[in-house]
Structures are given as structure tokens and as C-alpha cells.
Design a protein around this ligand. Structure first.
Ligand SMILES: CC(C)(COP(=O)(O)OP(=O)(O)OC[C@H]1O[C@@H](n2cnc3c(N)ncnc32)[C@H](O)[C@@H]1OP(=O)(O)O)[C@@H](O)C(=O)NCCC(=O)NCCS
Length: 369
């Protein structure tokens, strides 16, 4: 006899449900992270997860995580077994999660959800239910197959001091960067991160989710040669003079940027961060997946992008030596996709996956109290 909504029981997901939840099937086009993250997420106090069962067999899973120090909630990783779709199981799980948030997370003020252009047809529905589209970024999935030619550092720089120096972000670096960007955003134009389909306010409470097992970040500082006339002209002729005057002061011998970078960021050098990339890598049922989220101030030289990509590919090689994988790059729309393709091509990464998503969109709504 066919199952109906009446047969469905929703209950809190347990660690022991791991195998049963995975057996619902591989989701999200080969990027499903539950195999790696199920246990840590369920043990995380900011996560609440439910399963849907029919006659004690797990047929659905969904969860919420709170971010931003408890201000924001997001539903993630939802899935219903193919055979049981269309019965309203997703809605039943959503209701249970909502009930939990109302009861046990009364401080939550915002609700976010992330989607790609593949489900653009649902956008009107999200907007009608009070969500606003607050951040849209380009995405590009590529296949990576080591070995890559990563050793040579080509640069248009004429002096060694002008080579782009890419450093790993520490907790303290990111905290300083958040403070600086919150005051005057340059690298994070929306005063947000939208990494790995998760939206974060620039708050210290989120750093543990970003610099974590499998995840981290890199930054590079503006060089003297990055202060180009091209940059100044964008702000109009009147500012050209001011900017170049300011620039020559900032980058005079009194401000040795390379020296600063060796110490990590400080309240002065943080204002010269030109590019930041975040990575998050994990194993799925079918292979290695890595997300690299790129942020930069406008008009930064392509040297930065190339060096950041090189560091991220090296990192991928270090984490999963010799293994093929799927890399998804996400970037603000002022960063040229062609430039990303050309830069990757220099490392032998040419296999852009066609017919995949091109944009990711972060939606947010204020919750009714
Ligand atoms: C999306 C999915 C969980 C729906 O499960 P389901 O039990 O068949 O869903 P229901 O019967 O409760 O209702 C379907 C609803 O899901 C909505 N939906 C479908 N895809 C969605 C998505 N990516 N994001 C949000 N809602 C979605 C539909 O619009 C429909 O809403 P409506 O009833 O208000 O018209 C299921 O199709 C699935 O597992 N898909 C693969 C995994 C996936 O894409 N998950 C993304 C969900 S966030």
C-alpha cells in the first residue's frame, strides 16, 4: 500500500542515524557534504537536525544551523528519498525545525537560505514569503586532476619585493579584517561572507566555522605596483591626484608592506588587504570537493588571483595528495570569470564543468517575533 503523509513521523536526528540518512541517496549533484559533516554537525550545539521516518525507516533529513552568534538561522542539507517526494515530508520537517527555533532559539532574528540559478523558478516564492535577495555571486565548477604545474611564480613584477605574497589567515587576522571591513567595506562589499553556500555577518563568532577542519583562508596585500592609474581613474579625475598622493604616502619606505605581512595583519596593514580567498574541502560519496570563495577590492592586478589560485591548488594537493577533485570557485561579479579561467589554465586546470550553476544567491528575511 502506498505511504501517505499520515505514516510519517518526524523526530530529532541521532548520531546513529548516520548510515540511514546517507542511504537516502547522494544529493546536490555530487557535492553532498553529509558523509563528512554529519557527525560534527550533529555534535555542534548550533545545529538541530530532524529525520522523517515511515515505519521506522528514515526517508527524509533536514537541519538548521545558527550563525552570527545566534542571530541568524539557516536550513541546510534537506533531502527526501526519491520514492517519497511530493507527500509534504519536506514541509513537515520544516515545521518541526521552525517549532524548535521558536521555542529554543528565541534570540534568532534573521533567517537565510541559499540557492543557485538552477532553482531560479523558486525565487518568486521566496520573495513572496518575505525573503530578500541580499547577495549574488558567480560560481564556476571545474575538475582538477593533479599534478598541476604549481611551482613557478610568474609575475609581472620587476622587483622581488613586488611579487604577491599570499599568507594563511589566522583567527586574529580575520578578526581584524572583519572590524576593518565592517567600518568601511572594500574586500567584502556587502559586509558579508557568502562562503560554501553559507552567509555570514562579519562577526568573530563565525570565525570558528570558517577557519576549521578542512577550511581556512589566504590573504594578500596591495603592492606599490597595484596602485595603478587605472584604479585612480575609476574615481574620476578630481580624485586621481588625491589618491596618488595618498598612495605614495601609504606605500613610501615608511610603510614596508612585505615586512608587515610576515608578522600577520595589524591595524595598519589590514587596510591594504587586496584579496582574500577562503577554502573548504571535504570528501563526498563520489570524490573530493573543494570550494574556493574569492573576494577582492576592485581593480586588483591579476597577479593576486593567480597566486591565490596557486596556493589553493597547493592546499588541495596537500589535503588530498594525488587525488582528482571537483573545485567550485565563487566570486563577486566584478571579478572577471574569463580571468579566472585564464589563471586556472596556467595551472593546467581547463575542465570547466558545463551546464552547471552560474550564480549563487543568498536570501534573508527578518523573522516575525
Ligand atoms: C526539495 C525536496 C527536499 C522536497 O521534498 P518533498 O518532501 O517532496 O517536498 P514537499 O512535498 O514537502 O513539498 C515540495 C516543496 O518543496 C519546494 N522545493 C523544492 N525544491 C526546493 C529547494 N531547492 N529549496 C526550497 N524549496 C524547494 C517546492 O517548491 C514545494 O513547495 P510547495 O509545496 O510550497 O509548492 C526533495 O525534492 C529533495 O530531496 N530534493 C533533492 C535535494 C534538494 O534539492 N534539496 C534542497 C532543499 S533545500
Amino acid at each position: 500500500m502506498a505511504s501517505t503523509a499520515k505514516d510519517v513521523v518526524i523526530r530529532q536526528a541521532l548520531l546513529e542515524d548516520f548510515e540511514a540518512v546517507l542511504s537516502i541517496g547522494e544529493m546536490y549533484g555530487g557535492r553532498d557534504y553529509l558523509k563528512t559533516l554529519y557527525l560534527p554537525l550533529l555534535e555542534n550545539k548550533d545545529t538541530y537536525a530532524v529525520v522523517a521516518t515511515i515505519q521506522d525507516v528514515v526517508v527524509g533529513f533536514s537541519m538548521t544551523t545558527t550563525f552570527d552568534g545566534g542571530l541568524t538561522v539557516m536550513r541546510r542539507a534537506s533531502r527526501v528519498h526519491e520514492k517519497f517526494r511530493g507527500l509534504g515530508i519536506f514541509h513537515m520537517m520544516k515545521e518541526e525545525l521552525e517549532k524548535y527555533t521558536r521555542e529554543f532559539r528565541p534570540q534568532v532574528k534573521y533567517e537565510t537560505l541559499a540557492n543557485t540559478n538552477k532553482v531560479d523558478h523558486l525565487a518568486d516564492r521566496f520573495l513572496q514569503s518575505g525573503f530578500q535577495s541580499i547577495y549574488r555571486r558567480g560560481i564556476m565548477p571545474v575538475m582538477v586532476r593533479p599534478p598541476y604545474p604549481l611551482c613557478s611564480t610568474e609575475s609581472s613584477a620587476t622587483e622581488p619585493a613586488q611579487v604577491v605574497d599570499v599568507k594563511q589567515l589566522t583567527h586574529q587576522d580575520l578578526s581584524l579584517l572583519f572590524q576593518s571591513e565592517e567600518r568601511s567595506p572594500r574586500v567584502f562589499p556587502r559586509r558579508r561572507l557568502f562562503n560554501f553556500f553559507l552567509g555570514y555577518r562579519l562577526m568573530d563568532a563565525n570565525i570558528q566555522n570558517i577557519l576549521c577542519d578542512g577550511g581556512g583562508g589566504f590573504y594578500s596585500l596591495r603592492r606599490r605596483s597595484d596602485i595603478s592609474t587605472e584604479h585612480s581613474q575609476v574615481n574620476g579625475a578630481a580624485q586621481t591626484h588625491n589618491n596618488s598622493e595618498k598612495s605614495s604616502n601609504q606605500f613610501s619606505t615608511h610603510s614596508p608592506i612585505q615586512q608587515d605581512i610576515n608578522k600577520g595583519l595589524d591595524p595598519e596593514s589590514v587596510n591594504h588587504v587586496a584579496m582574500v580567498t577562503f577554502f573548504f574541502c571535504y570528501r563526498t560519496l563520489t570524490g573530493i570537493v573543494c570550494y574556493v570563495d574569492v573576494y577582492s577590492e576592485p581593480h586588483v592586478s591579476s597577479d593576486h588571483l593567480r597566486e591565490h589560485l596557486r596556493h589553493n591548488l597547493l592546499n588541495l594537493q596537500r589535503l588530498f595528495p594525488g587525488q582528482d577533485g571537483r573545485l567550485t570557485l565563487a566570486f563577486d561579479l566584478h571579478i572577471s570569470k574569463d580571468l579566472i579561467i585564464t589563471s586556472l589554465d596556467g595551472f593546467g586546470v581547463r575542465d570547466v564543468l558545463l551546464g552547471q550553476e552560474q550564480f549563487q544567491v543568498l536570501y534573508e528575511r527578518i523573522r516575525e517575533s
